[in-house]
Design a binder for this molecule. Structure first.
Ligand code: AMP
Ligand code: GLY
Length: 422
C-alpha cells in the first residue's frame, strides 16, 4: 500500500515509525512532516488543508490510504472531499466525516450528543450574545470555579477556568464578543468536575471498536503541574487508576454508547475517537471528545501497539475491525518532551540539535524540527519527544532522562517530574 500521513508533529512521527514496519507498506509519504519523518518516508510540502493539492498528489503517487493526524483537516471535511469525488473515493481516509468531526469541532454538538446518548459528562448550558442573560443566570446557579469553553476550535486555548463570579461574567461577555474569534461566538458554560484526568483512545470502523492503551499527558510547562498550558510536556501509559473496574465503566457507559450513537445517527465515523476523561471518585465522565490521536499521548500509545497498524486500519476502512486482533506490549511507556527556550510563550528557533546519534534504548520522535544542510534544527516550541519502555514507569523514565542528557540544543527545557502524580 502507498500511505500518506497528514501532519508534522511527534504524533505523526510515531505513526510513520509504526507504519514503516508494516508488511502492507509500499511507499510512505508525510505532508508536511519533519526531520524525523524524512528518515522514514518522503516529506511532501503540502498544507494539510489544501485538499485539491492532496487530491492531485494522491492520484500522481497512487495513494491507497490517508492517515489524518490533526483535527483541522477533519473538521474542514477532508473525509467528505475524498468520499464525494469519484476520482479519489477509492482512497481510504483514516478519520471521521465532517459531521463526525463536530465531536471536536463544536463543544455544543459534543455536549448535546452526550445528552442524547446518556453519556456521563458535566452539566452545561450553551449561550450566544442573544441569550447572555441566561448565561449569567446559569453562572449564578453554579458554584466556583466556573468553566467557560469556546464552542469552536481555538488551538487548545478556548477553555477558561475562573474562580470569581464577576470575572466569569466579564469573560463570558468578552468571549461572546469575539475573544477567540468565531470560535467563541457560542460559549458552553460547564459544571466544574474535580478529579484526575486520563486519555482513552478508541479505533472504530463505525460498528465495532478497539480500545488502545490508556495514557495521561502533562499539559503545564512547570513541575508539579504549574504555570502556563502547553501542547503537552510528556505522557505515560498505562495509567494506574484506569484499572479493570474503571475501564469496564468507561467501556459500557462511554465507549459503547458513543460508537452506537454515531451509528444510530448515521454519522460516518472511521477513525480514532479520543476521550478526554476525568475520574470523579471512581466514576468516569467525559471532559471532551477529540477526533484524532493525542499528542504527546501517541508517542507512548502507538509504540505499545504490537499488531500491524496498517492491518488495523484496513480493518477500519473495510469494516472488519472486529476480525483483527489488537496485541499490546505489557511494559510501561513514557515520553518526555524537550521544548525550546521561552515556550509556550515566544520561543527561540533554528537551534542546532546535537547528540541524536548517541541515544540508546529510547525512540526520539521529532515534534518541531527541520533538516537544513544535513543538520537537524529546532523549528517549533515542542521539539523532541523521547520515548522509552520499562518494567515500571520509573525505569522507563530513567531511560528517557538518561538520553535527554545526551541531546543538546541551546536553552532546551524539559519537565523532570513526568508521572509524578501517579
Ligand atoms: P478541554 O479543551 O475541553 O479538554 O479543556 C481543557 C482542560 O480544561 C481539560 O483538560 C481540563 O483540565 C479542564 N476542564 C475542562 N472542562 C472541565 C470541567 N468541566 N471541569 C474541570 N476541568 C475542566
Ligand atoms: N494531549 C492532548 C491533545 O492531544 O489534545
Amino acid at each position: 500500500m502507498n500511505v500518506l500521513i497528514l501532519g508534522s508533529g511527534g504524533r505523526e512521527h510515531a505513526m510513520a515509525w509504526k507504519i514503516r514496519s508494516s508488511s502492507y507498506l509500499n511507499n510512505l509519504f508525510i505532508a508536511p512532516g519533519n526531520a524525523g519523518t524524512a528518515l522514514l518516508g518522503t516529506n511532501v510540502s503540502i498544507d494539510v488543508t489544501d485538499f485539491s493539492s492532496l487530491k492531485s498528489f494522491s492520484l500522481k503517487n497512487d495513494i491507497d490510504m490517508i492517515v489524518v493526524g490533526p483535527e483541522v483537516p477533519l473538521v474542514e471535511g477532508v473525509y467528505d472531499f475524498f468520499r464525494d469525488d469519484e476520482d479519489i473515493c477509492h482512497i481510504a481516509i483514516i478519520g471521521p466525516s465532517k459531521e463526525g468531526a463536530q465531536l471536536e469541532g463544536s463543544k455544543d454538538f459534543a455536549k448535546n450528543f452526550m445528552n442524547r446518548h446518556n453519556i456521563p459528562t458535566a452539566q452545561f448550558k450553551t449561550v450566544t450574545l442573544d441569550n447572555i442573560d441566561e448565561g449569567n443566570d446559569f453562572l449564578d446557579s453554579m458554584t466556583s470555579p466556573y468553566v467557560l469553553k469556546a464552542d469552536g476550535l481555538a488551538s487548545g486555548k478556548g477553555v477558561l477556568i475562573i474562580d470569581n463570579i464577576n470575572y466569569a461574567k466579564q469573560m463570558l461577555a468578552e468571549m461572546l464578543n469575539g475573544k477567540f474569534g468565531n470560535a467563541s461566538k457560542s460559549v458552553v458554560i460547564e459544571e466544574f468536575l474535580k478529579g484526575i484526568e486520563c486519555s482513552v483512545f478508541v479505533l472504530s470502523d463505525g460498528s465495532s471498536y478497539k480500545i488502545l492503551p490508556v495514557a495521561k499527558d502533562y499539559k503545564r510547562i512547570g513541575e508539579g503541574d504549574s504555570g502556563l498550558n502547553t501542547g503537552g510536556m510528556g505522557a505515560v501509559s498505562p495509567v494506574a487508576f484506569a484499572d479493570e473496574a474503571f475501564m469496564q465503566k468507561v467501556k459500557s457507559r462511554i465507549v459503547e454508547p458513543t460508537v452506537a450513537g454515531l451509528r444510530k445517527e448515521n454519522i460516518d465515523y472511521k477513525g480514532f475517537i479520543f476521550l478526554g476523561l476525568i475520574n470523579v471518585e471512581g466514576e468516569p465522565k467525559v471532559i471532551e471528545y477529540n477526533v484524532r490521536m493525542g499528542d504527546p499521548e501517541s508517542e507512548v500509545v502507538i509504540p505499545l501497539i504490537k499488531s500491524d497498524l496498517l492491518e488495523l486500519f484496513i480493518g477500519v476502512t473495510t469494516e472488519t475491525l472486529s476480525q483483527k486482533s489488537l496485541e499490546i506490549d505489557n511494559r510501561h511507556a513514557v515520553t518526555v518532551m524537550m521544548v525550546s527556550g521561552g515556550y509556550p510563550e515566544e520561543y527561540q528557533k533554528e537551534k542546532i540539535i546535537e547528540g541524536l546519534d548517541t541515544v540508546l534504548d529510547s525512540n526520539v520522535f521529532h515534534a518541531g524540527t527541520k533538516m537544513v544542510d544535513g543538520k537537524v534544527l529546532t523549528a517549533g516550541g515542542r521539539v523532541l519527544a523521547v520515548t522509552s519502555f520499562g518494567k515500571s514507569m520509573k525505569e522507563a523514565l530513567q531511560t528517557s532522562y538518561n538520553n535527554i542528557n545526551k541531546i543538546n540544543f541551546e536553552n532546551s527545557y524539559y519537565r523532570k517530574d513526568i508521572g509524578f502524580d501517579l
